[in-house]
Design a binder for this molecule. Structure first.
Ligand SMILES: NC(=O)c1ccc[n+]([C@@H]2O[C@H](COP(=O)([O-])OP(=O)(O)OC[C@H]3O[C@@H](n4cnc5c(N)ncnc54)[C@H](OP(=O)(O)O)[C@@H]3O)[C@@H](O)[C@H]2O)c1
Length: 283
């Protein structure tokens, strides 16, 4: 039997076992919900690393995963105090977290970030490649600097994080990359940003296959307009965006974090290699 077929058989055999959420509830004693209902594994806390989690969707994700029992590494670029605030709020709710500065565009900084997480918590089960920036302008006016920084953060940065995740995520884990609904819309001024986000779907799809046999699901999540610093637009643009969402409002960071948490739960295991829209029906 080849190594590959042995691993495939082992994966099949393991399919009936409790999935990722096993142990998630062990860090905090609170009643199980449907999403984290898998039985805790004594002494084995689950660990999540979320890039760009000092604010916005990343901060909401860090808090939500901590609430689900994960020990969390919070990452930031410049806003140390905001990241420390996320850690404090997690600790105040009975969870555990650390914060670390790292520019995802720098491969050695990303390695150090994963090292710090390992030193604090022993390993990683969930990696959310969330850090991102949006520079939009008509193509004719887009600067080299604006374009290059976006490629470095969103494309190379996410690659750096996903590569490290591919090397270090423990069997049964989850890897999630933040795409954007804008990748399907071909909006004027959004071309380069949307291109960096479309790449996340490609990254997730092929990485899911590369990790075959290890019960690690890899997906891209595509939020729509979400109430964060990144979506800083004039009130009329915000209103127009809300009108394009059947719920009549734009998303809150927690709306997206809830979907990420669902993918990270035991019940999310069978969603793999997909682009998942988390946009309230934005069209
Ligand atoms: N908001 C939306 O409408 C929307 C829609 C679709 C997709 N998304 C995607 O969702 C993700 C999160 O967006 P958001 O709206 O939550 O953004 P945000 O509120 O602007 O927060 C961005 C986060 O990323 C961090 N960051 C930026 N550059 C970084 C770098 N080079 N290295 C490490 N961290 C870095 C920031 O850290 P500092 O605080 O230190 O600067 C911050 O924590 C992004 O990938 C974005 O493309 C957002």
């Amino acid at each position: 039997m080849t190594d590959t077929s042995r691993r495939a058989l082992l994966a099949l055999a393991a399919a009936g076992a409790p999935a990722l959420a096993a142990g998630a509830a062990s860090a905090q004693s609170r009643p199980s919900t449907r999403l984290d209902a898998a039985p805790p594994r004594a002494g084995a806390p689950r660990v999540a690393l979320v890039t760009g989690s000092s604010r916005g969707i990343g901060a909401a994700t860090a808090r939500r995963l901590a609430r689900d029992g994960y020990f969390v590494t919070v990452n930031y670029l410049t806003n140390a105090e905001l990241a420390a605030g996320v850690v404090r709020s997690i600790e105040a709710a009975g969870g555990r977290a650390i914060s670390r500065q790292a520019d995802v565009a720098d491969p050695s900084a990303v390695r150090s970030l994963f090292d710090a997480n390992e030193q604090a918590f022993g390993g990683v089960d969930v990696v959310v490649s969330n850090a991102g920036i949006m520079n939009v302008a008509p193509m004719a006016q887009m600067t080299d600097q604006g374009f290059d920084r976006m490629i470095a953060t969103n494309l190379k940065g996410s690659f750096n994080v996903l590569r490290e995740a591919a090397r270090r995520t423990r069997d049964g884990g989850r890897i999630i990359a933040l795409a954007s609904t804008s990748m399907t819309q071909k909006r004027a001024t959004h071309g380069p940003y949307a291109a960096t986000k479309a790449a996340q779907e490609m990254f997730a799809g092929s990485l899911a296959k590369e990790l075959a046999g290890r019960r690690i699901s890899v997906n891209a999540i595509a939020p729509g307009p979400t109430n964060t610093d990144l979506f800083r637009v004039p009130p009329q643009v915000r209103r127009m965006a809300a009108e394009q969402i059947p719920y009549g409002r734009i998303g809150e960071p927690e709306d997206v974090a809830n979907v990420i948490a669902a993918l990270c739960s035991g019940d999310g295991e069978w969603i793999n290699g997909q682009l998942v829209f988390a946009n309230g029906g934005f069209f």
